[in-house]
Write a protein that binds this ligand. Structure first.
Ligand SMILES: Cc1ncc(COP(=O)(O)O)c(C=O)c1O
Length: 382
């Protein structure tokens, strides 16, 4: 299978991730923090090492501000629902994944918040549009760093500065940028950073992360056992346990830690360039291919490794994806990619687009096979 669906979840993982998972599962998979024995301590140490690795990689305030979650959706829900109060105003954009759009729309429908959805242009947001939308009631601005449908990278430093000036909180969804774009929490005013462990950090599914900056004071989320302090009647207020009730996915975090180390060794910018170079070949092909179009603007310096193709009349992205799968052994993702507002803006709603997302192990030959397959399918149908 030629796997071009890394924006959904990465495959394959680096060898070191499989090895870490196997070794941890066989030697140390005890309940972290719950008991004082050696295996429990080894298990706790993996969580600790991963929080330190994250804090160092992103230059956060301290390791205990990194919360392990189920996935990016979980991290975003903790930040959004733990922050807003009745009467608050929230700003978001039409680029967002449903994991931001749905919780915010639900809060808006319930009458809890008022919501402004900023329009993108060619896949990019103008920070000035956010400045204009801010009101005295704006409590939270929730924006994606890289749009999952288009791969376009947003100016989060400029947006963050505007949000900070307004004394609101800035939530960045880094699902598509983490591991390939630099994110420096020392210099970029971000209050919450949410991302999955299972995409370009190469952890297994079931891993996600939320960074809670010092200005953010979320409410407790999943209240329950934390192991360390059983006396208090309510959730102990000490981070990270305040937001981490229940046995954590320590096996997943062991894999994630190996993934983070692999990314650090391979350099995020080098990884991004490899993926964008591969996409450039598809962009060049689209320019010569009848009926095909790139969705959004193509600016390779402000792009991660996801690209959406608008398919020719007479084909649907769903049909194409299934032909690619069954006849060519190529995995891509068709449809709306959980981002209906963006597809409405692009005029590709409800059929959507055909998204390809190479990864670090995708080769030039894989892309040649993909291009040849699209050429062959187009020739047969058009
Ligand atoms: C931009 C963006 N945000 C959030 C998510 C949700 O991630 P998860 O599936 O880990 O909850 C995704 C997943 O594709 C995404 O692309």
């Amino acid at each position: 299978m030629i796997y071009l669906d890394n924006a959904a979840t990465s495959f394959p993982k680096p060898e070191s991730v499989y090895q870490a998972l196997d070794k941890f599962a066989r030697t140390s998979l005890a309940n972290p923090g719950r008991s004082g024995h050696k295996m429990a301590l080894a298990s706790e140490r993996v969580l600790d090492d991963a929080r330190h690795a994250l804090n160092q990689f992103f230059k956060g305030e301290s390791p205990d501000r990194w919360i392990f979650t189920l996935n990016c959706t979980d991290a975003l829900n903790i930040a959004i629902k733990g922050t807003v109060d009745p009467g608050d105003h929230v700003i978001t954009s039409d680029l967002e994944h449903n994991s931001i759009s749905r919780p915010l729309r639900a809060l808006e429908k319930a009458g809890t918040i008022s919501l402004t959805r900023i329009a993108s242009n060619g896949g990019y947001l103008d920070p000035e549009a956010i400045r204009t939308a801010i009101t005295p009631k704006t409590r939270l601005v929730a924006i994606t760093h890289a749009a999952n449908v288009l791969g376009t990278v947003q100016p989060i430093a400029a947006i963050g500065a505007i949000v900070r000036q307004a004394n609101a909180l800035f939530l960045v969804d880094a699902a598509q940028s983490v591991g390939v774009m630099p994110i420096d929490l020392k210099t970029t005013p971000i209050d919450y950073l949410a991302f999955p462990g299972h995409k370009a950090l190469y952890g297994p599914t079931g891993t996600g992360v939320l960074y809670v900056g010092p200005r953010a004071k979320p409410r407790a989320w999943r209240e329950g056992g934390t192991g360390g302090d059983s006396k208090t009647e309510t959730q102990p207020e000490i981070m990270p346990y305040f937001l981490e009730g229940g046995t954590p996915n320590v096996l997943g975090v062991a894999g994630l830690l190996a993934g983070i180390r692999w990314v650090v060794d391979h350099d995020p910018d080098t990884l991004r360039r490899h993926e964008v170079d591969l996409l450039q070949r598809v962009v060049d092909w689209v320019e010569t291919a009848e009926g095909w179009q790139i969705a959004g603007d193509w600016d390779r310096d402000r792009h991660v490794g996801a690209l959406s193709l608008i398919v020719p009349d007479g084909l649907t992205s769903q049909d194409l994806s299934s032909i690619l799968d069954t006849s060519f052994e190529i995995a891509v993702r068709p449809g709306l990619h959980c981002a209906p507002y963006l597809h409405r803006r692009l005029g590709t709603f409800p059929d959507g687009t055909l998204r390809l997302s190479p990864g670090p192990f995708t080769t030039d030959d894989h892309i040649s096979t993909f291009i040849n397959a699209l050429t062959e399918i187009s020739a047969g149908v058009l």
